[in-house]
Design a protein around this ligand. Structure first.
Ligand code: IMP
Ligand code: MG
Length: 175
């Protein structure tokens, strides 16, 4: 049973866009110390690439939430599997996520992180599926805005598959 992967966003385009966003962050944060928190697992690649273009004082941490299970449809149920380890009190924090879809995950993470009393909190998403929102959520930095459609590659999976692909593809199951 082969899946169908349709080329969508190339690694060159991702790199170009991440460099632009990193430039914005460099300007906005300047001499501040910034803590970037990647949401596992999907954001590991975008975080790893992005931080190489930053020249602000950068620290990283990770958080992991559960939600989608092994389906391509969101269950809406969510909890924290792995919390951040750093003390975020009075810190300038940027949450890094692969995909902003219904908004359920980031709204939940936002609440959890706000409880830790950071000085500032911003959100960076590589992909924004703006039209699919069930709860309002605006990210501060957006890589690409796309219409509906399920994607894989560049850290993003379907049932843990395809995270290693350097480019992003539209995923179609072969039947
Ligand atoms: P939200 O809570 O609906 O915003 O869900 C966001 C999460 O759902 C992302 O972090 C992804 O893990 C997953 N997700 C949403 N759309 C896709 C997709 O097209 N491919 C793979 N995972 C997706
Ligand atoms: Mg995810």
């Amino acid at each position: 049973m082969d899946d169908h992967l349709i080329p969508f966003i190339t690694k060159d385009n991702i790199e170009k866009r991440l460099k632009e966003i990193a430039e914005e962050i460099n300007k906005e944060y300047g001499k501040k110390k910034v803590i970037l928190i990647g949401i596992l697992k999907g954001a590991f690649m975008v975080l790893a690439d992005l931080i190489r273009y930053l020249n602000v004082d950068t620290r990283i941490d990770f958080i992991q939430a559960s939600s989608y299970g092994s389906s391509t449809v969101s269950s809406g149920k969510i909890n924290i599997i792995k919390d951040v380890e750093m003390d975020l009190k009075d810190q300038d924090v940027i949450i890094v996520e692969d995909i902003l879809d219904t908004g359920i995950t980031l709204n939940f993470i936002k609440e959890k992180i706000e409880e830790k009393k950071p000085n500032s909190l911003k959100f960076l998403v590589l992909i924004d599926k703006k039209m699919r929102r069930k709860i309002p959520f605006e990210a501060d930095y957006v890589g690409f805005t796309i219409e509906d459609g399920f994607i894989v590659g560049y850290g993003i999976d379907v049932d843990e598959k395809y995270r290693h692909l350097p480019d992003i593809f539209i995923f179609k199951e072969k039947r």
